[in-house]
Design a protein around this ligand. Structure first.
Ligand code: B12
Ligand code: SF4
Length: 530
């Protein structure tokens, strides 16, 4: 009886905290799931990604006054901003590198000022989002004394331990997918066995993030329903260039040393039934959407999932949605000629390969499980199948054991990719790893004495940020200078310029050297960490 009352009385407001306008697929899936379990519950989606910054607080107030929620589901997507792209406060990588590595004092000063701007923007954003959570909760409690907040999403999954210190007591902090947590919460069941904790009441369990998510069979999202609870839904339908998220699976079985996806989503790969994925795409297609982003950590996580990818793409072909485009993170070691043909045929027009290095030796040391020779062969198959669009190849230099020879190998590898796809079609995306908690790289940093346990991974204080933006010496300054030169010479084509400068300075290895990886004893160092 009590459960029924709880179910009927609940009014759930999903607040997607401010974010670049990326389709808020997380809250859409949560609302869809809750509706399927509890059709009687009133729900509303409110996306601050579509609201101008000056209006955040007042728009949130208005929405709460009107909807009077009993449960606030805050979704926080991203916090970390280390990337070689114009972030919200400027180009963080460039500023940091100018500050750390520039020899010219004026450039150093410019880096310091730019860094300060980003520093301020970063903390302002953190405080603002925490402020919005507190404000929203307080406002909802005006209408319902026991209104409650649950906080989750990508950023919370990574920084769940830190965020608990600044959120109101009683807030539930959730890691990873939130469907079963919400289900238990709404049923009045014990929910703390899910990957979560309650601020002021419980501490996050040791290795909480490593716990496996509760299995869940995903069905096609019901967009007729979503449209009805989300007044601004059309915002994402108007622009033709939005890639709308569709998830086809969860989980990644790999162990790449710097990656946290594999713990956030879990190692167990769970495939969403192809018919359900296509049915979901069809609803978006009928609303005019032609661009889709398969938001999986990896679209083809391992060879044993090739058949699932083939089944899905074949069903897309059979559905007659022939004028679509799609993009995804692709492990290009897991392709077959048949899959390549289907990828080209179904309109894949962009993909990212995160090989990180073109040196097989380093790829192995980073525990990435890639065979670079296979990747090249598969890229040739993809090209032969008619793929003629953009590939972004993510390189992160200097992760572990980088040497001049391994840099030369990366250049050789990249040049081969250019020969396959065409120079203008392969974009080298030069990242430096932003060190994340719960990764092997973090363990390695502890072991090497670079970081001490208890450090704050969210800190942007210059002395911490310099360590988290992973670019250790002895090669750190060298890469710093190369990047600065690239920004000076050709800021609009940064990645290609970096490759060019590196080749001018160091030359290019034989491709064969890049593809073969002699086993060396040092490798065991990282392999021993778990
Ligand atoms: C796909 C993806 C992208 C794609 C998105 C494409 C698109 N059109 O959607 C692209 C490549 C564009 C992208 C870009 C970026 N991304 Co990204 N991305 C991802 C990835 C792999 C999946 C996100 C996703 O959509 N998942 C599917 C949906 C259904 O899941 P979800 O949104 O997370 O929601 C679920 C749960 O989080 C939870 N949940 C969500 N909200 C709430 C709320 C409550 C209360 C509860 C209980 C649960 C809950 O339940 C949901 C349903 O299961 C994640 C990593 C990961 N594996 O999660 C990173 C991730 C979200 N990205 C991240 C970042 C930082 C970025 C960038 C800002 C990087 C950068 N510096 O440039 C950019 C943003 C670019 C921009 N324009 O602003 C970070 C965010 C955390 C952080 N470090 O701050 C993540 C977590 C990766 C990481 N570990 O660093 N990204
Ligand atoms: S980097 Fe990619 S393949 Fe490696 S663990 Fe992360 S999601 Fe999986």
């Amino acid at each position: 009886m009590e459960i029924k009352t709880l179910m009927i009385e609940n009014r759930i407001l999903y607040v997607r905290l401010p974010c670049n306008p990326i389709f808020p697929i997380g809250v859409v899936y949560l609302a869809d799931h809750v509706h399927k379990q509890f059709p009687g519950i009133e729900q509303r989606i409110f996306d601050l990604g579509t609201v101008p910054p000056l209006d955040y607080a007042s728009a949130l107030d208005d929405c709460i006054d009107e909807f009077k929620p009993t449960l606030l589901v805050f979704s926080w997507r991203d916090i970390q901003i280390y990337a070689p792209v114009g972030g919200r406060g400027g180009n963080p990588l460039q500023n940091a590198f100018e500050l750390y590595y520039a020899k010219n004092p004026l450039i150093k000063l410019r880096g310091a000022l730019g860094g300060l701007r980003i520093f301020i923007a970063y903390y302002a954003e953190l405080w603002r989002n925490q402020g919005l959570i507190k404000r929203g909760l307080k406002r909802a409690q005006k209408y319902h004394d026991n209104a409650r907040a649950v906080v989750g999403g990508g950023a919370v999954s990574v920084f769940y331990e830190q965020l608990g210190k600044s959120l109101p007591p009683g807030t539930i902090i959730s890691v990873g997918e939130g469907e079963t947590l919400l289900e238990k919460l709404l049923s009045g069941d014990e929910f703390q066995d899910e990957r979560c904790y309650v601020v002021g009441e419980t501490q996050p369990r040791n290795r909480l993030i490593h716990e496996q998510p509760t299995p869940l069979e995903k069905t096609a999202c019901n967009y007729d329903y979503i449209e009805g609870i989300w007044p601004e839904f059309n915002y994402y339908l108007q622009e033709q260039d939005f890639y709308i998220g569709v998830q086809t699976k969860r989980g990644c079985p790999h162990n790449c040393c710097y990656c946290v996806y594999t713990v956030v989503e879990g190692k167990q790969v769970r495939i969403n039934p192809a018919d359900e994925v296509v049915a979901e795409m069809r609803q978006l297609y009928d609303r005019g959407i032609r661009n889709f982003w398969f938001t999986d950590a990896q679209f083809i996580p391992a060879r044993k999932f090739i058949d699932d990818a083939i089944e899905l793409l074949q069903k897309i072909v059979d559905s007659g949605m022939t004028d679509i485009h799609w993009a995804a993170y692709i492990r290009a070691d897991n392709l077959t000629p048949q899959l390549c043909e289907l990828m080209a045929k179904t309109g894949m027009n962009y993909f990212e390969i995160g090989i990180t290095s073109g040196s097989q030796e380093l790829v192995r040391k980073m525990r990435m499980g890639y065979n670079l020779r296979t990747v090249l062969q598969n890229c040739r198959d993809l090209k032969a199948a008619g793929f003629n669009d953009l590939v972004s190849v993510n390189y992160s230099f200097n992760v572990i054991d980088e040497r001049l020879e391994t840099i030369r190998q990366t250049i050789a590898y990249h040049r081969e990719l250019e020969r396959i796809f065409g120079v203008d079609k392969v974009e080298p995306a030069i990242f430096f790893i932003g060190l994340q908690p719960h990764t092997h790289l973090e363990e390695y940093a502890f072991k090497e004495g670079i970081l001490k346990p208890g450090y704050d991974p969210m800190s942007l204080m210059p002395w911490t940020a310099k360590k988290l933006l992973w670019n250790p010496e002895p090669l750190g300054s060298f890469f710093g200078e190369v990047c600065l030169q690239a920004w000076r010479q050709n800021p609009n084509d940064f990645g290609r310029e970096v490759m060019k400068i590196l080749e001018e300075k160091l030359g290019c290895a034989d491709l064969e050297a890049a593809l073969s990886a002699p086993i060396d004893t040092k490798e065991k160092q990282l392999a021993g960490i778990s």
